[in-house]
Write a new protein. Structure first.
Length: 406
């Protein structure tokens, strides 16, 4: 079939003109003007850091530098450790275990504590061993809350100020993940947190103690608050020939920064109920007058700061102004917090402090040991360098220059 020749003088249609224009526009774009596709390159940026061109010091370890380093380290660490050890030994204290007072102490008269139930560090020796006695608080209606442990102990020489009374717990694992995460920060901050907030927040919530069977929120919620330590401690009462009582207070036992965390709640009494273990303290629940104000409750604030180890101490009372005179004193402990269920122990810990804090010789011993090792290494290198010195960069010491390789 023959093709029909196109008439070059024929006026083209609109479509023909558009096709011609498109072809001419395409031909007019040169290949140099087309965008160039960048190749992927994993080469680091050109700067001193990525190209590892920063200035650096590459010291040559020679006896000239090593020996003074170890000797200087020993000169620094040994006096530091000795000072810390001296400061630790300046602290005077007495620790008394009253765990089994309700079972072991006599109810009619005072008896001596077993030798493994107490330890002390004073300038003078005790002439009277600690004694205890168990009695019942008849004014307490709940028989399980009636136990009182009366402990008498001697202070052989004046101590303080300041003087602190701690309670010490053992075998209580407050760092268990489920326990340590069982609280609500919004509640502690005073906010009226919803049930979903305290129950369903991922990572940190009050489960399994968010609300009671009726869906009413616990305040404060969680396992930590529910297990609040509630043994009570009296001030030190002077007995025998001791003339003056020693008054102690719970003012200032919590961290000053706690005021930023613990605030008075915005809940009203109809929105919340006490935790299960608080029912004896609030038998009829909360009302407008008895909701605890955690912003001023120092004992609660201390307890909410969980400890990392199963043996820990919490500050209960203190006296920063007066000297505790030598003599015999009695302290009465209200027994409310059980420890037999988890084979734990609870103790009273009366102590002073020094410039380094409480009594803890461990750190001082560590510094002295490290300083002694540094001194030993420094002296060893000094003797070796004196007896058999070695020239720096001596190529004759290279392995291939030794006789067996020749």
């Amino acid at each position: 079939m023959a093709l029909k020749p196109r008439n070059i003088f024929h006026r083209g249609s609109r479509n023909d003109r558009e096709e011609d224009n498109h072809e001419s526009d395409t031909d007019s774009v040169s290949e140099d003007e087309l965008p160039v596709k960048k190749e992927k390159n994993r080469r680091p940026k050109e700067n001193n850091f990525t190209q590892q061109k920063l200035k650096a010091i590459h010291p040559i370890i020679t006896p000239k530098y090593v020996i003074p380093f170890f000797l200087g380290l020993a000169i620094f660490l040994i006096p530091l450790g000795a000072g810390m050890l001296y400061g630790s030994f300046k602290v005077q204290d007495i620790i008394i275990d009253y765990t089994d007072c309700n079972n072991s102490a006599n109810t009619n008269y005072y008896s001596e504590l077993p030798i493994d139930h107490y330890e002390y560090h004073f300038q003078n020796e005790l002439t009277i061993k600690p004694q205890w006695k168990y009695s019942l608080n008849e004014s307490e209606t709940d028989i399980t809350e009636q136990g009182l442990c009366h402990i008498q102990f001697q202070i052989p020489n004046d101590i303080g100020p300041s003087t602190f009374l701690f309670y010490q717990l053992e075998n209580f694992y407050a760092n268990h993940r489920r326990y340590a995460k069982s609280y609500n920060e919004d509640q502690l901050n005073g906010k009226a947190a919803s049930l979903s907030d305290i129950k369903d927040t991922v990572g940190q919530n009050c489960q399994p103690l968010s609300a009671n069977d009726d869906g009413v929120k616990y305040y404060p919620c969680g396992l930590i608050a529910n297990s609040l330590f509630n043994d009570t401690f009296s001030s030190l009462v002077a007995i025998n020939d001791t003339i003056e009582d020693f008054q102690m207070t719970n003012e200032g036992i919590a961290w000053a920064t706690n005021k930023n965390r613990f605030k008075k709640t915005e809940y009203n009494s109809s929105e919340i109920v006490p935790p299960p273990n608080w029912i004896k303290k609030f038998p009829n629940g909360y009302n407008d007058n008895n909701i605890p104000d955690i912003s001023t409750w120092s004992e609660f604030q201390n307890w909410m700061q969980t400890s990392a180890l199963p043996k820990f101490s919490k500050l209960a009372l203190r006296n920063d102004n007066e000297t505790l005179k030598a003599g015999t004193y009695e302290i009465t402990v209200g027994l409310h917090w059980p420890v037999q269920e988890f084979d734990g122990k609870k103790k009273i810990y009366l102590t002073t402090r020094s410039v380094i804090g409480g009594r803890n010789p461990f750190l001082g011993i560590v510094w002295i040991v490290c300083g002694g090792l540094s001194l030993l290494v420094g002296l060893s290198f000094s003797i070796a360098h004196f007896i058999a010195p070695r020239k720096l960069g001596d190529i004759s010491k290279l392995s291939w220059n030794q006789p067996q390789h020749q």
